[in-house]
Design a protein around this ligand. Structure first.
Ligand SMILES: [Zn+2]
Length: 238
């Protein structure tokens, strides 16, 4: 397992070296650290993530009142590191694309729908695999040298939102209406907040004085894609 990840890291390094850009000091600094982030995240995920998708803030208890629902909603996209990585990726992509704010908005909107789907007891196939794949794909989109298509990226973010929201629904099934609504508001707010923060960071990185202003975000994309691969292998090899 670990060998597989090390092989992946080496492959990313090889691909990056084959690009025809000359790294300035800032790029190299970030590059070295993005590799460490990917390595540490891989080790952490493989040892901790496991098969169960348990991101409950309430220790598995169904929220009973407004505050429990709200706090549980706030916590889920942060405690669930696969959700967190994805929300950061959509925020950074929003900074890369013209009118990119549609990407996180689509995701946050369809996440509410996804929870609704779960509460209606309709089943989405293999949600954990789709969530992991979404992290891999969006990390990849961010790592691309060319900007991805806005409509396609927004559509994919909307599709991913259904699966992330479906997973959020797991923690709120059986709750009363008040904690349920508070939970929806909680996870929507925190996702918007994290995406907005990532968006600002992305803009700041792009505006930083550098010969290659798009490099730091592309490195972040590689790191996120590496995490997505780790999630996906944890699900598949589970
Ligand atoms: Zn989760």
């Amino acid at each position: 397992m670990l060998k597989f990840h090390v092989q992946y890291i080496c492959e990313v390094q090889r691909v990056a070296k084959s690009f025809s850009f000359s790294m300035d000091q800032w790029g190299q600094w970030l590059w070295q650290r993005s590799l460490w982030i990917a390595v540490l995240a891989s080790v952490y995920l493989v040892s901790v993530h496991g098969a169960a998708h348990a991101h409950h803030a309430m220790g598995g208890q169904t929220p009973k009142n407004f505050w429990e629902g709200f706090l549980s909603g706030l916590a889920h996209p942060v405690v669930g590191i696969d959700h967190l990585a994805f929300v950061i990726a959509v925020g950074l992509l929003a900074a890369v694309l013209r009118q990119g704010f549609w990407v996180p908005l689509a995701f946050v909107g369809t996440a509410v729908l996804g929870t609704g789907i779960h509460l209606q007891s309709w089943n989405l196939p293999a949600p954990e695999a789709f969530i992991s794949a979404s992290v891999l794909v969006f990390g990849g989109l961010l790592a691309l040298k060319q900007q991805p298509h806005l409509g396609l990226t927004t559509g994919l973010a909307g599709l991913a939102g259904l699966f992330h929201g479906y997973a959020y629904g797991e923690a709120i099934i059986g709750a009363e209406m008040t904690p349920l609504l508070a939970y929806l508001v909680g996870f929507s707010l925190i996702q918007l907040g994290i995406a907005a923060f990532a968006y600002r960071c992305g803009q700041a990185l792009q505006n930083a004085p550098s010969a290659q202003p798009d490099l730091p975000l592309r490195f972040a994309g590689f790191a996120i894609a590496g995490m997505g691969l780790a999630f996906l292998s944890a699900v598949v090899l589970g």
